[in-house]
Write a protein that binds this ligand. Structure first.
Ligand SMILES: CC(C)(COP(=O)(O)OP(=O)(O)OC[C@H]1O[C@@H](n2cnc3c(N)ncnc32)[C@H](O)[C@@H]1OP(=O)(O)O)[C@@H](O)C(=O)NCCC(=O)NCCS
Length: 207
């Protein structure tokens, strides 16, 4: 009963934003694995969504666009080109990325913000740009970032809107980031990966 109401409200909200919920897309044939995070204003081709397959643990950051059709020939040739899109497991797609029809993104991949993915991206890689190109393997990127984390200001979940960050904590955060610019914030859902954090206990956090 409650989940039905929740689904109805979500559907109306998405309609209001001219979007379609993931649940409706799945009813039309979209395939999505577990723990899918589709952030705001992300568009998944509603007209050909059964050609799109998304694996487990995939995040699509805000304003991404996954396309499974290309109507650039519709008014001239009278045919629209269509293409399958496959996104593997453990994939993060940065904000504003466009994924074109016919593309396959492998497992364990990060795509940088604002990329246009026009060709396949192999497993275990970080790709950025227009067109998106692999710049390094994902393990090297995560090792680099875990080293950076050990030497950066790190904040606990209390420093988030979700957990009611207050003005004093905002000030603390601003001061801590004044010189180094970058820091990290603890994700409340994900356990730290011991593969990268053998020294996790040495991470000092603002609590
Ligand atoms: C791609 C990304 C993961 C790389 O992170 P990083 O390794 O820390 O990046 P750096 O700042 O060290 O940059 C490395 C190089 O890549 C370039 N670069 C970084 N992000 C880029 C992007 N999105 N597109 C194109 N080039 C990018 C930098 O300019 C730099 O180039 P240089 O070597 O010529 O100086 C990150 O920049 C990104 O885009 N993250 C996604 C952010 C996002 O979408 N947030 C949404 C909220 S969830």
């Amino acid at each position: 009963m409650f989940s039905g109401l929740k689904f109805f409200i979500k559907k109306q909200l998405f309609r209001f934003r001219s979007e379609i919920t993931t649940e409706e897309l799945v009813l039309r044939g979209l395939k999505v694995g577990k723990n899918f995070k589709r952030q705001e204003k992300t568009i998944i081709d509603q007209w050909h969504c059964w050609l799109i397959e998304i694996g487990d643990y995939v995040t699509l950051a805000p304003r991404c666009h996954i396309l499974a059709h290309d109507a650039s020939t519709a008014d001239t040739l009278g045919f629209t080109r269509i293409g399958t899109v496959k996104i593997g497991n453990n994939v993060f797609v940065g904000a504003g990325t466009i994924i074109l029809p016919g593309v396959c993104i492998g497992n364990n991949v990060v795509i940088g913000a604002g990329s246009v993915v026009s060709k396949d991206i192999p497993d275990n890689s970080l790709a950025v740009g227009t067109p998106a190109k692999v710049v390094c393997d994902l393990d090297s990127y995560l090792h680099k970032k875990s080293e950076e984390l050990l030497h950066s200001p790190v904040f606990g979940t209390a420093y988030t809107l979700k957990y009611g960050i207050n003005s004093q904590q905002k000030q603390t955060m601003q001061n801590a980031l004044k010189d180094c610019r970058f820091g990290y914030i603890r994700d409340y859902k994900t356990p730290a990966d011991t593969k990268y954090f053998s020294k996790i206990e040495s991470v000092k956090m603002y609590e």
